[in-house]
Design a protein around this ligand. Structure first.
Ligand SMILES: [Zn+2]
Length: 379
């Protein structure tokens, strides 16, 4: 026990400095320093999805000392994930651990000072606000565009930043949303004036038709494409959490690590020039469950029906069949496409109709059906 108040103070300082010593290299950056590190330690980041992007994001945010991570993911780890999902190993595959839980266990070994809340669930409009309680920022690790619209709705409605990112094949995209609020958000009251950006829906107003987008399961993905984008998201998140809003990227990043192309698209006019349903009209259609899809178990049939609330006509079943044939037998006619897939030793049958409606056979769990749909059909 320290004999004097001065000794107690010295002990206290020495303990504190040991606690933050692990962050010393990033604290040398003038934009971070003691104050920035303190902010990180007191922050909560929500990582939406813990696949390839989410793994890198959660790992790096934990190493940087973000005090609380909320990691939400509905999937279990498969052997084919290990090529790019850096928080997982062969033991996790053998033990069939859910991704969110495995991430929590791994992060406890990386930085035991970080609190991790692991949520094994399907993110949808009925639960996202509850999961996001206390989060200062939403970071994208998602595998489908519908949930991105949902995250964007919540970000804009609640005035919290959303760091969007996606990677497939050899390409990736990223954009940081600092929502327009009523002018009270810290990024709207900087010395440089308001730094609010367009939102995700300002850039991509409507979701592409079902089956029209490439997915990692159908066209593949290489880890460096994911890693570059994921680390970009981490840098953006660190800027936000340390209050360096003037450093936040103001362009839509688009890159191809195989073709050696990097584009930074200027998109700031998208807010002023557009009439965004979300951030201009403040209609939160995805959060309110008006847009997007609904899932309903088909009782007694071991199947789930996914139906888009807004009719999507003329889904290109033939183009999707070409991609899916790399995996499995596909039958397609003028009305529908049908294919059988196996995942985690389970068999699923997808039947997709031209209006985007799908029946996923092999499960009665809407979350699993959404997962299979997101992986093989895509937005
Ligand atoms: Zn918008």
């Amino acid at each position: 026990m320290p004999a004097t108040a001065a000794a107690a103070y010295r002990d206290n300082v020495s303990t504190m400095s040991q606690d933050v010593a692990r962050y010393s290299r990033q604290m040398l950056l003038p934009d971070i320093g003691n104050d920035g590190q303190r902010r990180l330690l007191n922050s909560t980041a929500m990582v939406l999805g813990c696949g390839a992007l989410g793994c890198v994001v959660a790992d790096m945010l934990a190493r940087a000392g973000v005090g609380h991570l909320v990691i939400v993911d509905r999937d279990f780890i498969e052997l084919s994930n290990l090529q790019r999902q850096v928080l997982f190993d062969e033991n996790d595959v053998a033990d069939a651990i859910p991704k969110a839980e495995a991430a929590k266990r791994r992060i406890a070994q990386v930085n035991s000072g970080v609190q991790v809340t692991a949520i094994v669930d399907d993110i949808n409009h009925t639960n996202i606000e509850r999961f996001a309680t206390g989060a200062d920022v939403f970071v994208d690790g998602l595998d489908n565009i519908e949930t991105r619209y949902l995250a964007n709705d919540l970000a804009v409605k609640s005035g919290r930043p959303y760091v969007y990112g996606a990677a497939v094949g050899t390409t990736g995209m990223a954009f940081t949303v600092l929502p327009h609020t009523s002018g009270h958000a810290p990024w709207e009251t900087t010395d440089a004036g308001s730094l609010a950006t367009p939102c995700f829906r300002c850039l991509f107003e409507e979701a592409p038709p079902p089956g029209s987008s490439a997915t990692c399961e159908t066209v593949g993905v290489i880890a460096p494409a994911v890693g570059v984008i994921a680390n970009f998201l981490v840098a953006e998140t660190l800027k936000i959490l340390t209050g360096n809003f003037e450093r936040v990227s103001r362009t839509l990043l688009n890159l191809d690590v195989w073709a050696n192309e990097i584009l930074q698209l200027k998109v700031n006019n998208a807010y002023e020039d557009g009439n965004c349903p979300c951030c201009k009209q403040r209609k939160f259609e995805y959060l309110d469950g008006i847009a997007g899809s609904s899932a309903a178990a088909l009782c007694g049939r071991n199947a789930v029906q996914l139906r888009h609330r807004q009719q999507a006509d003329g889904v290109d079943l033939d183009a999707l069949a070409v991609r899916l044939r790399k995996h499995s037998l596909v039958t397609v006619n003028e009305f529908m496409l049908r294919t059988q897939l196996s995942e985690n030793d389970k068999q699923y049958e997808i039947t997709l109709f031209r209006d985007g409606r799908a029946i996923i056979k092999g499960t009665e769990e809407p979350g699993i059906a959404r997962s299979v749909y997101a992986k093989y059909v895509g937005a």
